[in-house]
Ligand binder design. Structure first.
Ligand SMILES: Cc1ncc(COP(=O)(O)O)c(C=O)c1O
Length: 385
């Protein structure tokens, strides 16, 4: 059978390692279901059972629409991460917006927002909607000097960054912000950890645990290394965790009514909330699932380095290659598909200005899958002009 010429335009299979597309088997290395929990039997069953109560509450959470599942998700997230406050939201896309809403009434005079140049549209749109002065900074946090941090000005600066960049799998150089924090300047950090939570840090606590700013383990208080740093840890349960919906975690006192996302949306539907709560329970109670993902990442990095192909510094399940034109990227994609590997083609995206091919590993991939992936990358690299 002839190898496919163009990427599929929609998904007709579940997000699992072995799939069928167009009547033929493929190994699937796409998307963000890093821990493989989206298709876990207990997650599916929890959603099915909850459907018996009707689809959703038909009222916002501020109008009695909070169910035991919405509240259970928040409680479990707080217990696991050690933050004192949590808001569970209908989507991760709204998490940075919600963080900005709940902090604004108490930040009367911030000197502005520093936003990384490659920020995901979720954060970018949220920052724009504040009307605050905004400056872009390099994604690797180089050249911070002079960027709002002027001598004699001790107003808080709000920094908004992705914890892990979605396509490249790289992340900010957090240590470059440390001299500013050590100088005592108040900083409010809003991190969109959509790809870091469940992946990086001890038991998947996320990017700020990985970089040592919120050290400690799961089920311990989230204490920041810097007393002048206020953290809003944003993320999604739709990627690694295998459920659905976003969250904001913080040690700040929160008035939920300050957020129009919270007061003005119907919360996630009952089956979604129940399935998400189950996925979160499974993830937090089973460190071995996170360990399997990390084992797969280490194995992939080792195999790639044996083949002389570089991978990034962070232990994340993302690898991508960018090309100067779309034709080359698609040639690479076709070579991979010809070897039975399905990966994703992005003409451009938040952190990818050039056409890119992105691959994602799951905890549920077997070593033999990873061996085939690495062999296909070698082959495709050799056969792309
Ligand atoms: C960095 C980042 N932030 C936010 C989101 C949105 O999350 P959700 O899909 O839960 O709305 C995504 C999803 O692609 C993302 O990559």
């Amino acid at each position: 059978m002839k190898a496919p010429e163009v990427p599929p335009d929609r998904m007709t299979w579940p997000p699992v390692p072995e799939i069928y597309w167009d009547g033929r088997p493929f190994l699937y290395f796409c998307g963000t279901g890093y821990l493989g929990l989206q298709t876990h039997g207990e997650v599916i069953e929890a959603g099915r059972r909850a459907m018996a109560c009707g689809l959703h509450t038909a009222t916002s959470r501020s109008g009695w629409g909070s169910t035991s599942d919405h509240e259970g998700i928040e409680k479990r997230l707080m217990d696991f991460t050690g933050y004192r406050e949590c808001l569970y939201l209908p989507t991760g896309f709204l998490s940075v917006k919600t963080a900005l809403e709940i902090l604004r009434p108490d930040v009367t005079d911030p000197c502005g927002v520093l936003m990384t140049a490659n920020l995901h549209p979720a954060g970018r749109e949220a920052v724009r909607s504040t009307g605050l002065p905004v400056q872009e900074i390099d994604p690797d946090f180089s050249q911070l000097e002079g960027k709002l941090f002027r001598d004699g000005d001790d107003r808080p600066v709000i920094v908004v960054a992705d914890g892990v960049f979605p396509i490249s799998g790289a992340g900010p150089m957090w240590d470059r912000l440390e001299p500013i924090l050590e100088s005592g300047r108040p900083v409010i950090l809003i991190v969109d950890d959509a790809h870091g939570f469940g992946v990086l840090g001890t038991h998947g606590l996320g990017s700020l645990n990985h970089c040592g700013w919120i050290p400690g383990g799961p089920f311990e208080p989230a204490q920041c290394r810097f007393s002048n740093l206020r953290v809003f840890h944003c993320g999604t349960l739709s990627k690694a965790i295998g459920g659905y919906g976003g969250f904001v975690l913080t040690n700040d006192q929160v008035n939920r009514r300050d957020s129009c996302v919270y007061t003005g949306t119907t919360p996630s539907p009952a089956p979604v909330a129940a399935a998400t709560r189950m996925a979160l329970e499974i993830f937090t109670a089973s460190p071995e699932i996170h360990q399997s993902l990390q084992n797969n990442i280490s194995y992939f990095k080792k195999r790639m380095s044996e083949c002389g192909i570089a991978t990034g510094a962070l232990p994340v399940p993302i690898w991508s290659r960018s090309f100067d034109d779309a034709a080359k990227a698609l040639q690479f994609w076709r070579a991979m598909a010809g070897k039975g590997i399905l990966c994703q083609y992005f003409p451009s995206y938040s952190d990818a200005s050039q056409p890119s091919i992105r691959m994602a590993l799951f905890a549920t991939h077997k070593r033999s899958h990873i061996d085939r992936l690495v062999a296909a990358i070698q082959y495709a690299s050799a056969h792309t002009a």
